[in-house]
Design a protein around this ligand. Structure first.
Ligand code: NAD
Length: 360
């Protein structure tokens, strides 16, 4: 197969970690007989320096014309970088928000995997960590409380603030479908998280999710209240496969789930629209403190590239090969600084990429 990948290396460690992901993708192409064409585009701080704005129409158009977007990270040191003296709409992060909007990316996918080789970094009790877990949180990204009408006003002499949590059935249906589609490629279980004992928006959420579930008889659906979900994540994370939820619940639960995996350098993510198109990026930022030193952990970006293979290109075997290679490299004791522990072998960013490509 031939695929066109828009590549946004971005700022800070972005160029270093994306280069390693491309190295691994090239190895996949060689082994499985595919051709990946890369088009490098600017976004974030590097685009401000080159074009005066964090995102250009050209970058948007080229991303739209591609089969998927692979991204590093954007932004700089928020206290010292001149990018942060600019008005908010011209700062690096405005580029990313603008790109997500322009591409209609409404579903955020965050896998949370505890590798048994890194279980010491997990803050949970040993008996829970030892079981390991492999789940994916799917968060609705463009609706709910963060996008509803809001106002602050004086009512009868008392300052009063109002935020609105609004979802229509179409917004719920499209994210539910995405969750079931992804579950079909995983362990075929969906946990839909809501607060249906209190909120109308949650009751509609539950009803629509149940309708969608009828189209996926192979997938087991369960509903869970958000407060219980927060507890279950630390009590028994192994019970989850795909957890789907609205914007604010997802914001909070995905950070909780990330924390229990132990390391930011391992966390992949994807944002997708209704088609198989997606933007794939590590969950961490541009890490200006270690940029340019060949020290960053490229695994999150490499695992994001594996998600691209699985969800945008439907290349399951190839994605498995990358994920297994990451496992083997950890099994063989290779570690970047952020996940280093006693007795392991310290490697640089590029050496980690070499090792993973080798194991593919
Ligand atoms: P950060 O994630 O960049 O760094 C936090 C800590 O984690 C640092 O100590 C860093 O060295 C470490 N770290 C992060 N990724 C790592 C990796 N792959 N390997 C090893 N260590 C890693 O968060 P921050 O310092 O709060 O933000 C720095 C910049 O990144 C800011 O400009 C912020 O706005 C931006 N940012 C961008 C994105 C994005 O591109 N999507 C996301 C978050 C933050």
């Amino acid at each position: 197969m031939e695929k066109n990948i828009a590549v946004i290396k971005g700022d800070g460690i972005g160029p270093e970690i994306v280069t390693e992901a491309m190295k691994v993708l090239d190895k996949v192409a060689e082994k499985f007989g595919h051709k990946f064409n890369y088009e490098q585009l600017l976004m974030g701080g590097c685009s401000i320096d080159a074009n005066g704005v964090p995102l250009t129409d050209e970058t948007i158009a080229r991303c739209k014309a591609s089969d998927a977007v692979l991204m590093g990270s954007i932004g700089g040191n928020t206290t010292t970088s001149p990018w942060y003296k600019l008005p908010a709409n011209l700062r690096p992060e405005a580029g990313l928000l603008g790109l997500r909007k322009a591409l209609g990316l409404f579903a955020n996918l965050r896998p949370c995997v505890l590798y048994k080789q890194l279980s010491e970094a997990c803050p949970l009790k040993k008996e829970i960590a030892d079981k390991g877990f492999d789940m994916l949180i799917m968060r609705e990204l463009t609706g709910g409380l963060y996008f509803g009408e809001r106002k602050t006003e004086e009512v009868n002499g008392v300052m009063t603030a109002i935020d609105t949590l609004k979802y229509d059935e179409n917004e719920i249906r499209r994210i539910a479908k995405k969750a079931f589609d992804v579950a079909m490629q995983r362990k075929k279980k969906v946990t839909s998280v809501d607060k249906a004992n209190v909120l109308d928006s949650s009751r509609l959420w539950r009803k629509v999710v149940e309708e969608v579930a009828k189209e996926y008889p192979e997938v087991t659906l369960e509903h869970m209240l958000v407060d219980n979900s927060a507890m279950q994540l630390v009590k028994d994370p192994a019970q989850f496969d795909v957890m789907v939820t609205e914007n604010m619940f997802g914001d909070i639960l995905s950070d909780e789930a990330s924390m229990i995996t132990g390391s930011i350098g391992m966390l992949a993510s994807a944002s997708m629209n209704e088609t198989s198109f997606g933007l794939y990026e590590p969950s961490g930022g541009s890490a200006p403190d270690i940029a340019g030193q060949n020290k960053a952990n490229p695994i999150a970006t490499i695992l994001s590239a594996a998600m691209m293979l699985r969800y945008s290109f439907k290349m399951d075997k190839e994605a498995d090969a990358v994920e297994n290679a990451v496992n083997s490299v950890l099994e063989n004791g290779f570690r970047t600084g952020d996940i280093m522990s006693e007795g392991m072998k310290l490697v640089s960013c590029s050496e980690m990429g070499d090792k993973i490509a080798e194991f593919v």
